[in-house]
Design a protein. Structure first.
Lengths: 110, 460
């Protein structure tokens, strides 16, 4: 793809990234950071592509090390985030119960 | 690359956007994370399945190795250690991105455009800083090294020099398409990551992790440019942008400008806890008491506030804490938890821990709701927290933590501090409140102390 095309994608992604996060409560800062951390583990795709076309021991070794590290980043990242969010489950239920009790009250917009 | 592969990548990119969106609201957070994982899985399967991919068995083997190491680590890690786990995963991601760009450069030796060469140099520098920087934050949080800022005379000069050297070598490597120069650039950048994080004070480490996370995102985006891969560009840029935003939000939650976090230690004004203050106050008298006295104080109070901090987390005392609270409530005492947004080592750390102990949601009060309650509170029990209740943040203009919003526990009629020792908090700053006449100290490990209190209240 030409440079302008790539640059366009870059700029648009940047705006989406800013917009998506604009208002987050402090409680979710850590899971959100961890989730974003897992997402950049997608460098695994790059690592696979580069190893797949590598020739010679040096290139293959570099590529395979990158694959191992990137997999750890991606898989570990998603698992750790899920574990953190698992802890909110009980809280969510309690919240729902409260909401049900105050059914007559106006529901806050989410 | 085939149209089918490209389409799969598009689906993945959309999944990532939905994942970030989901993660920013408590209701949808867990599903958001699953959507992200699903998208990532699609991309990996499609990539491995490509027809002309060489070394497929080796690659699959490497993926299995990575997963076998990471999954148990992520599953088994204690809740208290999760922040450093995130730092570690971020670091290896940065390392992977750096290796990918280097590998591509070594192979082609000369890239078809200057822009791509610049992207490689960028990846080498930023990826390396993210890699070693994250490892140092890991070491700090894991307490493999001191959490205090490490200040070496002339460090600022050395760091600037190494930084300039790295950028200079990067530029030279691009201009001369030289692999050895790029290797030197990478080595200098690895050193830069260490120098960059060493002077950061413990309390600011989470903000730095978030920043390094954004760095890794940008590195991935630059690798995507080198490889001409749109998925990497989209995913990397998303993380880079949202990570920058998040870093600002976190710095804001601590009431500190981001520049203060990063460069405060260098100028010696903000992150660094002043040790001079400590020695002067070391001999001052404090009042300490045993479990029985404090049990009486609590059992006959009308309203009690629990202020949890890292001490609670590290002692795994959340269940014992809940036991005490239940016991007090059964005696008719009104109890609430006052949660500071950055108590512990990470924003939201306390909410996660207390949720694990099934503390009812109604008992948790965020800072803005908790602060008006303290003036009518009989006893505020601070369990292993320090900096987040330090009145210096509110009153003393010269203090390193001045401006950070705190829980006003000093407005309560009595304050009980459960601490292991007189050591100051993570920020390394002394707390005036410890010496206040209305304050009682209860020394010991948070879990032991709470168990003793439970026994003492039962015996009343």
């Amino acid at each position: 793809m030409n440079n302008i095309g790539l640059l366009t994608i870059f700029m648009l992604s940047m705006f989406v990234g800013f917009e998506v996060i604009s208002k987050v409560s402090a409680v979710l800062h850590t899971p959100l950071m961890s989730g974003a951390n897992a997402i950049h583990g997608v460098i695994l795709v790059g690592a696979i592509l580069i190893t797949g076309t590598a020739t010679g021991a040096v290139q293959i070794t570099l590529g395979l090390v990158a694959v191992v590290l990137a997999t750890a980043n991606m898989v570990g990242g998603f698992v750790v985030t899920d574990r953190m969010l698992e802890m909110f489950k009980g809280r969510g239920k309690a919240k729902a119960a409260v909401a049900a009790k105050d059914a007559t009250d106006e529901r806050p917009a989410t | 690359m085939s149209t089918a592969t490209q389409s799969a990548y598009l689906v993945t990119a959309l999944c990532f956007i939905l994942a970030l969106k989901g993660l920013s609201s408590p209701k949808t957070a867990r599903n958001g994370n699953l959507i992200g994982a699903f998208g990532a899985a699609i991309a990996v399967v499609v990539t491995v399945g490509q027809r002309h991919l060489g070394h497929r068995p080796l690659i699959i083997g490497a993926i299995v190795v990575g997963a076998v190491v990471a999954v148990p680590a992520a599953r088994m890690v204690k809740m208290t250690a999760i922040p450093q786990m995130v730092a570690l995963f971020n670091g290896v991601g940065g390392g992977a991105a750096m290796l990918v760009a280097l590998d591509e450069y070594v192979r082609l030796h000369r890239l078809d455009s200057t822009a791509a060469s610049i992207a490689v140099a960028f990846t080498a520098i930023v990826g390396s800083v993210s890699f070693t920087g994250s490892l140092i934050t890991f070491a700090k949080l894991q307490e493999l090294m001191t959490g205090r800022p490490i200040l070496v005379p002339g460090a600022q000069f050395v760091t600037s020099l190494v930084g300039l050297g790295a950028v200079g070598c990067g530029i030279a490597a691009v201009a001369a398409s030289s692999v050895p120069l790029l290797v030197i650039c990478t080595a200098l950048s690895l050193a830069l990551g260490v120098l960059f994080v060493l002077p950061v004070g413990g309390a600011d480490v989470p903000v730095v992790i978030s920043l390094l996370n954004a760095f890794t995102g940008l590195t991935v985006a630059a690798s995507g440019y080198v490889l001409d891969n749109t998925l990497l560009i989209v995913a990397g840029t998303l993380v880079g942008a949202s990570g920058t935003m998040l870093t600002q939000l976190m710095a804001h939650a601590m009431g500190r400008p981001i520049t203060g976090v990063l460069f405060g230690a260098f100028s010696g004004s903000s992150t660094a806890g002043s040790t001079a203050e400590l020695t002067s106050s070391a001999d001052r008298g404090v009042r300490s008491a045993g479990a029985d006295d404090i049990a009486i104080l609590l059992a006959y109070a009308r309203k009690v506030a629990i202020v949890p901090g890292y001490g609670l987390a590290v002692a795994q005392a959340q269940h014992t804490c809940r036991e005490l609270v239940d016991l007090l409530e059964s005696r008719g005492v009104q109890v609430f938890y006052a949660i500071h947004p950055v108590a512990g080592r990470m924003p939201g750390h306390m909410n996660v821990l207390l949720a694990e102990a099934n503390v009812p949601y109604e008992q948790l009060k965020e800072m803005d709701d908790a602060n008006p309650e303290f003036s009518s509170t009989d006893v505020a029990v601070v369990v292993g927290a320090n900096d987040v209740v330090n009145p210096a943040a509110r009153d003393s203009v010269g203090s390193p933590i001045y401006g950070m919003p705190i829980l006003n526990v000093d407005e309560a009629t009595n304050v009980v501090f459960m601490k292991r020792s007189m050591r100051p908090g993570f920020a390394g700053i002394d707390n005036e409140l410890l010496y206040h006449p209305k304050t009682t100290l209860f020394f010991g490990d948070a879990k032991d102390s709470l168990s003793k209190l439970v026994a003492a209240v039962k015996a009343l």
